[in-house]
Structure formats: C-alpha cells, structure tokens
Design a protein. Structure first.
Length: 259
C-alpha cells in the first residue's frame, strides 16, 4: 500500500459526531518541475536504515503516533495514540493501540486477521493472504485497516519508501530522547517524508509524512522507542482469541473502529 492511499483512507474514515466533507486530493501543478536532486549521502543513510530493519526476521517496537484528522467543519485536529507492534516476517503482525482514538488490537498469523475493540466488546476475524506484503494492501484498501509505519513492515522497506521519490537531502542533526540523530528529507509529487535516524543503530527515531498536495496537507508522525530486533516471539504473539464477554461480529464491523 502506498502512503498516499493510507492517508486518503484515514481521512475518509475519520471519527466524529458528524463526518467531515473531505476534499479530494488535487493534482500537482502543471508548471515544469524543478530538477530532481538526490543527495547520495541521504540515500546512503536511508539505505542503512532500510537494510537494518529489513534484515530483522522479527522485531518489537513502540510508537507514539500523532495524526491529523478533520473535524466536521473541516478543521484538522491532532490525535495521539500509543502503539505496540510485533512483527514476524513474512507472516506475522500484532498491533495494540490505546490513546485518543478507540483502543484496538489486531493480530495476523499468515492465515487470518483478527481484531478486537474493548470499548465495544467487538471481536471479528477473517481469512487473510499468506504474507505481510500481500495482507497489508488488502487490510488497508479493502478493509480500512491502515497500520502506522507500514512501509517498515514489508519485505523491502526502501522500495516502499522511495517509490516516486524525486528529491532526497540531509537536513542536519537533531536530538531525540537525548540521542543525536541525522535528519533525512524525501520529496515526491504527493508527499514529503522525513526520517530522523540514529547513526549508532541505523534505526529510525522519528518519521513524518506530510501529504503536500492534499488540500488539507495533513501530517502523520511516529516517535519510535524500544526497538528490539530478532527477539524470540512465540506463535501466541500473533493470535487473538475471542476474550470472555466479547461478541463476535463481522470483521468489517469491528475493523471500522480502527481510525
């Protein structure tokens, strides 16, 4: 799934007492585009990050996610949520979310996708494709389940991140959680992508997506923490049995709570 598709689905599925009328993305200006500039140092740093994440057969990471969604009058509001994510390549994903939006749990084991919404007591499951790369587009484009930082979950993160990129630059150094990181900026006709990468580990400390040609130009940011690469993850990590007191519903009804 592309980051642009992910954003459009998020906007169209925004929560609120009344649904906002979201303007459709507009086409880039027809004026001649500036000459693309891809700094080799920025691309090399990005490749180090991608290679580091790609090489992990399993990983755990926590993320504090902020995303902008429209209120009924069209004004963007920022929502904060904490995510706990476990990945097993090529066929396992477990996500738990809590925060401003509905608490939500998701599990995928290479055979089925399962969701649980504690506040509604809703639990649903459905069959799923055999790999993460095949499951994520189905979950996002057909079911509205857009996982945060899904570009890092696929088999080839760099291919997902750099698709359509015209410019890449180093923006300098920054401090995140007391550590010095290096800041990379990527541009495409639709997006501005930014990664703050820890040079000591080659792992991202923060990512930012700005949907520059959407009329609302919303932002989606992740602050990463507690990366653990190649931990032993039991099969139960990717199972989500129906909790006591929950009601089984159609998967789409349960997944509609994921915004």
């Amino acid at each position: 799934m592309t980051l642009a598709i992910c954003l459009t689905a998020l906007l169209l599925a925004s929560e609120g007492p009344a649904q906002a009328q979201v303007p459709q993305p507009i086409s880039p200006p027809s004026a001649a585009a500036p000459v693309a500039a891809k700094d080799p140092a920025a691309l090399a740093l990005l490749k180090r990050m991608c290679d580091r994440v790609e090489a992990a057969r399993t990983f755990n990471v926590r993320g504090r996610v902020s995303l902008e969604l429209p209120l009924p009058d069209g004004i963007l509001a920022t929502y904060f949520n904490e995510y706990e994510t476990a990945v097993r390549r090529p066929d396992g994903l477990a996500v738990r979310r809590h925060g401003d939006l509905s608490d939500f749990s998701f599990a995928y084991d290479g055979k089925a996708m399962t969701v649980y919404v504690p506040s509604k007591g809703m639990w649903g499951t459905t069959s799923a494709p055999a790999t993460l790369d095949a499951m994520l587009p189905v979950a996002g484009e057909q079911l509205g389940l857009n996982m945060p930082f899904d570009e890092l979950l696929v088999a080839n993160p760099c291919a997902a991140i750099t698709a359509g990129i015209t410019d890449a630059a180093l923006a300098g150094k920054a401090i995140i959680q007391g550590k010095q990181v290096q800041h990379v900026v990527l541009l495409s006709p639709e997006l501005r992508l930014e990664y703050w990468i820890d040079p000591a580990t080659a792992l991202p400390a923060r990512s930012l997506v700005v949907y520059v040609y959407h009329p609302l130009q919303p932002h989606f940011q992740v602050e990463f923490a507690d990366w653990k690469l190649d931990p032993k993850l039991p099969a139960a990590t990717f199972a989500l049995p129906m909790p006591k007191g929950a009601t089984q519903v159609d998967f789409r009804d349960a997944s509609s709570e994921f915004r």
